[in-house]
Design a protein around this ligand. Structure first.
Ligand code: AMP
Ligand code: MG
Length: 340
């Protein structure tokens, strides 16, 4: 026997099906509007900066544009090699720095110098120059050159006079390369928020800030292995910066030895013992500065100091390949199996 539906029942069923299709289509369109993922990349700060933002397209594309513009502005202003920057004028013509934005970053940099016992020191510029890390062909200086240059290093030669940054020695020059990228990322995140974006990822050449969540999920950020392409693992984050410092960023090999761009202000040579530091903190500027500081401090002192600074976690990788985790991070790093 053939089962037939009465005509009215068939109609109701058809209408119900149509409603279900329309509603699910509507939800899809609404979600693709609300959770649209926009991405843009620009070259600045010596690297490729990629911004991802989740939200209605109308909002995200404008927000990303403005955030990247802001980062570019920070890059130009804070770059010691830009002849137009106040840093350049300070270094080459002894013009005191009056720019409030730069002064605020310097004030924080000086705090890191004091807390790290001078491991982080923005007066490192003459040494970076001597080693040739401002150019394309870095070289190993002679011991005497290093010794002479060390007399031009010391954050204690900086002082504030009449609300401006001045120096007590003419040869003093500063380099904000260890902190400016983090500050730029912080500024970009502020612009995104002001423009109505609550969910974004800023990736400045592997230095990352996760704003809010990725829709309903956490952002997944990979942790770099200083030797090799493979990641060490990943962390799931929200409103956190994950920044790295490493001997793989700018270096040269001479007589089988690696010489890199993070210099120990106490010896004049590249910091030894560590090959990479990944640091997690809510403020990208803090994360950037401390990442460089911990790299110079090395494994022992580095781990000791992390515990004294609130909300800071880090992974230190020694040149021997040993991985040292701060107490809060030990179980937070996940294996790559679940990364994608
Ligand atoms: P980062 O990649 O954040 O670790 O910064 C590295 C950059 O910081 C270098 O390229 C230098 O411009 C600068 N730098 C190198 N050594 C130091 C140091 N001991 N303290 C502060 N800045 C440094
Ligand atoms: Mg840094």
């Amino acid at each position: 026997m053939k089962a037939t539906l009465p005509r009215t029942k068939a109609k109701i069923a058809l209408i119900l099906i149509a409603v279900v299709i329309i509603v699910s289509l509507g939800i899809r369109i609404y979600n693709s509007y609300r959770f649209h993922l926009e991405k843009q990349t620009r070259f600045m700060m010596d690297t490729y900066v990629t911004l991802y933002a989740v939200g209605p397209e109308k909002i995200t594309s404008r927000a990303i544009d403005l955030a990247l513009d802001r980062m570019q502005e920070v890059d130009e202003k804070f770059n010691a090699l830009n002849p137009e920057s106040p840093i350049y004028a300070f270094n080459h013509r002894n013009v005191p720095i009056a720019d409030e934005e730069i002064l605020n970053v310097i004030r924080y940099a000086l705090k890191v110098s004091a807390t790290s016992g001078g491991a982080f020191d923005i007066t490192i510029a003459p040494l970076v120059k001597l080693w040739g890390f401002y150019g394309d062909s870095p070289r190993l200086p002679r011991a005497k050159e290093i010794e002479d240059t060390l007399s031009k290093i010391g954050y204690k030669y900086l002082l504030f006079r009449d609300g401006k940054l001045d120096k007590t020695k003419a040869d003093i020059a500063i380099d904000l390369g260890g902190i400016a990228k983090g500050y730029g990322v912080l500024q970009a995140s502020k612009v995104l928020l002001e423009e109505g974006v609550a969910s974004a990822l800023i990736d400045a050449g592997g230095d990352v800030y996760a704003l809010g969540k990725k829709g309903r999920k956490f952002w997944k950020v990979g942790i770099r292995n200083p030797r090799g392409e493979e990641l060490l693992g990943y962390v799931e984050v929200e409103d956190l910066a994950v920044m790295g410092s490493g001997d793989y960023e700018r270096f040269f090999i001479k007589d089988s030895r690696r010489f890199h761009h993070i210099l120990d202000p106490r010896t004049g040579y590249p910091a030894q013992d560590l090959s990479g530091v990944t640091l997690i903190h809510p403020d990208p500027m803090v994360a950037d500065a401390w990442c460089t500081a911990l790299f110079v401090l090395g494994p022992g002192k580095g781990l000791e100091i992390i515990d004294k600074i609130s909300d800071m976690e880090a992974i230190l990788i020694t040149t021997e390949g040993e991985k040292l985790y701060s107490s809060g991070l030990k179980h937070a790093v996940k294996g790559l199996g679940e990364f994608n």
